[in-house]
Ligand binder design. Structure first.
Ligand code: CP
Ligand code: NVA
Length: 330
């Protein structure tokens, strides 16, 4: 039977089957080809979507805006602080209002429960543009990028170095389990993903022929990897004060030339971005001042190397989000 996800929410990959993810990746490739060829594809003309952001964004916002417009839709952006949600209006009420005006709602913000509540009350598809726990639109872009580089997904080894219990660590573990990619979280124990989620991912992985491993040991973690992935050490919404302990915990896990040498020779480096790989940002410069650390989760050398595919991932955010919009709204 063909895959049909029309009318569905896109809140986390745990809600999607391997076949449904495969369908979205194939659709993304089609949209990428059309975009590259300059073939117009306004298949959702006349529809309207709203982008509700409680945290800042470059890629996710722009990807939703361009994808929505390429599909012929009207797009409204609500920036952090400019809607009534939270302070003056409950999530359920906001969902019911937006659901009366729009054909779909994107949400970026804090707890996963917020996006789940929006979806419960909206009556139209809701898409998760990042919560504290999950970042599912990023996953499609990353899977597409890996597939473009290696020609397949199943059987590859992906190692995630760093804060393995954040939205990226959680999401990559689930994405790998769903697609049969061996996943290793290489992190200090204090930053391992929650046991319950690890168990769930292991169960999914068993069905798809891949292992989910956790290790503190860098040689064990990075050795044999096809993909080395990292993310920032302090995520949006976390307090300033955590920087000091986080740096102490994660400095040994910085992805640098030594780590890349442990991985396979053809290994690629991935990062969802934004990244602190130099001091050309306000926070990067502040950290350099306070902790004498000029590069954080990845060295500038690795970030700028031939192995780095970070800007392919960024471009693929748009093609994959377009696939999600089309598949759920057409
Ligand atoms: N990767 C990602 O979600 O980037 P933004 O925070 O810029 O949207
Ligand atoms: N873990 C990061 C991801 C940013 C795309 C954050 O939540 O800030």
């Amino acid at each position: 039977m063909g895959v049909n996800i029309r009318g569905r929410n896109y809140l986390k990959l745990l809600d999607y089957t391997t076949e449904e993810i495969r369908y979205l990746l194939d659709l993304s490739r089609d949209f990428k080809r059309m975009k590259r060829a300059g073939t117009p594809h306004p298949y959702l003309a006349g529809k309207q979507i709203v982008l509700l952001f409680e945290k800042t964004s470059t890629r996710t916002r722009c990807a939703f805006e361009v994808a929505g417009r390429d599909l012929g839709m009207g797009v409204t952006y609500l920036d952090p602080g400019s809607s009534q949600m939270g302070r003056k209006e409950s999530i359920a009420d906001t969902a019911r209002v937006l659901g009366r005006m729009y054909d779909g709602i994107e949400y970026r913000g804090y707890d996963q429960k917020i996006v789940e509540t929006l979806a419960e009350y909206a009556g139209v598809p809701v898409w998760n543009g990042l919560t504290d726990q999950f970042h599912p639109t990023q996953m499609l872009a990353d899977l597409l990028t890996i597939e473009e580089k290696f020609g397949a997904l199943k059987g590859l080894h992906l190692t995630y170095m760093g804060d393995a219990r954040n939205n990226m660590g959680n999401s990559l573990m689930v994405a790998c389990a769903k697609m049969g990619i061996h996943f290793t979280a290489c992190a200090p124990k204090a930053l391992f993903p929650a046991e319950e989620l690890v168990e769930t991912a292991r169960e999914i992985g068993r069905k798809n022929g891949c292992r989910i491993c956790l290790t503190e040991d860098i040689e064990e973690g990075a050795g044999n990897a096809d993909v080395i992935y990292t993310d920032i050490w302090v995520s949006m919404g976390e307090p300033e004060e955590v920087w000091e302990t986080r740096i102490k915990l994660l400095k040994p896990y910085q992805v640098n030339g030594e780590i890349m040498k442990l991985a396979k020779p053809q290994a690629i480096f991935m990062h969802c971005l934004p990244s602190f790989h130099d001091t050309n940002t306000t926070i990067g410069a502040e950290i350099a001042n306070r902790f004498q650390l000029r590069e954080m989760e990845v060295s500038d050398e690795v970030f700028e190397s031939e192995q780095s595919v970070v800007f392919d991932e960024a471009e693929n955010r748009m093609h994959t989000i377009k696939a999600v919009l089309y598949a759920t709204l057409h």
